[in-house]
Design a protein around this ligand. Structure first.
Ligand code: TRP
Length: 446
């Protein structure tokens, strides 16, 4: 059994690591544009409900399995299934998780690369004095240049995989600890700025006054997928982190803390971004470019805007970095579990994710019209199907394993809430989270 795996030094380190995994592009980039495409407030309301009803309980299930198994996902699932006298095939759930994060990381790295490009551009003052139209056009030109996208994608993946190869170090934990509050403060500042724009009240109404006219099963499915995505749940990635969780830590407290932080970051980003959208008369359903166009516009009007914009992209990069490390971990742990060395496992993962990412990078130019499935190109496919379908499916199986299959005593002690707390959690997972995920998944797919 490979024992080269990480250990979190303290309770705080664990919460930080999970928060680092949760807070990322999902909150600041994906939430606003997916909400924008799916009607705003109704989407927000359903997504928050899903975080509470599914996200948190399933997150607990996932970490619980890792903590009880104390190894990589495949081995942990295999060992616990054996202990419970259940089918050894449960361990393939770990492989499914690895496949899911593979697809996600391939586009995640490309989009994180955009932040690198924008960081450099804003340091160079390229947005100074530019009009909204110019900034929008600049983004289009950037996307149409696959060489540039690939360069930044490679750089980001290199940053990520170097840390993963070395092991998720104390250094990164500390950096995270220091910089996450800064990112938060900056988002607050942006939201305050947003309150001074003409778009603010429209943005608030749009985000918080739901109208259920446009509500379809697909919107509900997107909201559920996003709840899993933003919490980093459903791909055995938190299972991998849970394996190194300190004995004495309270699992529910950690899960609630992470979820609260995660939602509030998304809300702040949403308020800031949509205020600018409405102030500039832009379209909220603009798609993946939304944040990359609105924020430079907003900052270009603020005093010292170029500096703040640079700081913002730097912090965003950091947030995506810690998320990407979490996305890579289950794949590396899986290969390690098959007996490969950590360095070799990391190299294999890095190379295959890099290759897959090329398809996303070309999806904005050469391959834009290559639509192999559902009329969507590769970027559109990998940024929607794995989050909306694979994560809920993975979460469903993880929850089923934790609440129905796992040996009782192992589950009670890994959850750390005593017998009564355990039963409460198990009832929620059994009778709310699992059926709800199943119904929404089925409804959204049909
Ligand atoms: N939650 C991260 C974000 O919002 C993305 C992420 C990190 C993730 N690790 C994950 C998504 C594991 C699914 C599974 O940016």
């Amino acid at each position: 059994m490979s024992e080269t795996l990480e250990r979190w030094g303290s309770k705080r380190a664990f919460i930080l690591a999970v928060t680092g995994a949760a807070v990322g592009l999902g909150n600041i980039w994906r939430f606003p544009y997916v909400a924008g495409e799916n009607g705003g407030a109704a989407f927000l309301l359903i997504y928050v409900a899903f975080v509470l009803l599914l996200g948190i309980p399933v997150m607990m299930a996932e970490i619980l399995i890792g903590r009880a198994g104390r190894r990589g996902p495949i081995q942990a699932l295999g060992a616990l299934a054996a202990q419970a006298g259940a089918s050894p095939n449960w361990r393939w759930l770990g492989l499914f998780g690895a496949l899911t994060v593979f697809c996600i990381l391939s586009f995640y790295s490309v989009v994180s690369g955009w932040s690198i490009e924008f960081l450099v551009a804003s340091i160079n003052g390229q947005f100074n004095g530019a009009s909204a139209a110019e900034i929008g056009a600049g983004f289009e030109t950037f996307l149409a240049n696959p060489g540039l996208l690939i360069f930044n994608h490679s750089l980001f993946l290199f940053m990520t995989m170097t840390v993963v190869a070395a092991g998720v170090s104390k250094g990164l934990e500390r950096l995270n600890n220091l910089l996450m509050p800064l990112l938060y403060a900056l988002l607050l500042l942006l939201a305050v700025y947003a309150a001074t724009t003409d778009g603010f009240s429209t943005a608030l109404a749009w985000l918080f006054l739901p109208s259920f006219d446009a509500l379809t099963p697909t919107v509900v499915l997107h909201a559920m997928g996003h709840a899993f995505f933003t919490l980093a749940v459903g791909a055995c990635a938190l299972m991998a982190y849970g394996a190194y969780m300190p004995e004495e830590q309270s699992l529910p407290k950690a899960a609630f803390a992470v979820a609260a932080l995660d939602i509030s970051v998304a809300l702040l980003a949403g308020i800031a971004i949509f205020s600018v959208v409405f102030a500039q008369g832009m379209d909220p359903a603009e798609g993946p470019g939304l944040m990359f166009v609105t924020l430079p516009i907003a900052f270009s009007e603020l005093p010292g805007g170029a500096i703040w914009l640079s700081v913002f992209f730097l912090l965003l990069l950091l947030a995506t970095w810690t998320s990407a490390i979490n996305l890579a971990e289950p794949m590396v742990a899986t290969l390690q579990g098959l007996g490969l060395r950590r360095s070799i496992s990391t190299a294999i993962v890095a190379f295959s994710v890099w290759l897959m990412g090329l398809l996303s990078a070309f999806s904005f130019s050469t391959l834009a019209e290559f639509r192999p499935l559902f009329g969507r190109n590769i970027f559109e496919l990998v940024s929607s199907i794995p989050p909306d379908v694979f994560l809920p499916l993975g979460g469903l199986l993880i929850a089923t394993f934790a609440a129905w299959v796992m040996p009782h005593n192992a589950a009670v002690s890994a959850l750390g809430m005593g017998e009564r707390g355990y039963r409460l959690w198990r009832n929620i997972v059994r009778w709310v989270s699992i059926p709800l995920t199943f119904i929404v998944l089925l409804g959204g797919l049909l």
